[in-house]
Design a protein around this ligand. Structure first.
Ligand SMILES: O=C(O)CCC(=O)C(=O)O
Ligand SMILES: [Fe+2]
Length: 219
């Protein structure tokens, strides 16, 4: 198994990450081009392309205890990342380093991280939603990393983030290596219909709190 080209430890004191953390602290979100270098993004992209149909599942909507598959809301397929797989672990290690830095610099108290690869075939979308509802989820911070080489404006598939007045705040092209971070219970967002296969890794840093005495399920 080939390892990711740039060792994860290089993230430490990475100026790109410091800027992202400042941006996150002041606005509640950050958009970070080149968070993953092109070789690593391409490596993860080819890994995703090489997965079999049976490695993916149809994405659901809602919490684990209320799981429904609603193709009117979202039409992507996902694969939960697991540390047993070397490629997936390399990504999880990167995010563990980011978690440490967020906790150190912003005292966010992030406890763990769950994430999945997502594949949006042409025509797929994910309608406006929030990733977490206040007091009802342990998801604190959403992360999305894009893997698509040479993504162009006419390919569609933008991530659109809205402010609390329902105005467009940011439109992000899903270009390889870009990381988006935002507070999960604050920013409504959507994935617009795309015209190419779109690959990304979405994840959530979580708090370790129980809800009604029940430990929050991991997915
Ligand atoms: O892929 C994206 O740009 C965002 C995905 C998303 O909103 C989600 O999975 O909750
Ligand atoms: Fe989302």
């Amino acid at each position: 198994m080939v390892s990711l080209v740039e060792p994860i430890s290089k993230l430490e004191n990475h100026p790109v990450v410091d800027n992202a953390i400042d941006e996150l602290a002041s606005k509640g979100y950050a958009i970070v081009p080149n968070f993953i270098n092109p070789e690593n993004a391409d490596y993860l992209y080819r890994y995703a392309l090489g997965l079999k149909d049976s490695d993916w599942q149809q994405a659901g909507v809602g919490r684990a205890d209320n799981y429904t598959t609603n193709t009117q809301v979202r039409r992507d397929r996902i694969r939960w990342l697991q540390a047993q797989d070397a490629v997936e672990r390399a990504y999880l290690d990167t995010m563990a380093t980011l978690q440490q830095q967020l906790n150190r610099q912003l005292f966010m108290g992030l406890f763990d991280y769950e994430s999945h690869l997502a594949h949006y075939p042409p025509g797929a979308f994910y309608r406006k939603h929030l990733d977490a509802f206040k007091g009802r989820s342990n998801r604190i911070l959403t992360t999305v990393v894009y893997l698509n080489p040479d993504w162009q404006v006419h390919d569609g598939g933008e991530l659109v983030m809205y402010d609390d007045q329902h105005q467009v705040l940011q439109t992000v092209l899903p270009k390889a290596g870009t990381l988006v971070l935002f507070l999960s219970d604050t920013f409504v967002h959507e994935v617009r219909e795309g015209h190419r296969d779109r690959y990304s890794i979405t994840g959530w840093f979580r708090h370790n709190t129980s809800i009604n005495g029940v430990i929050d399920p991991t997915r």
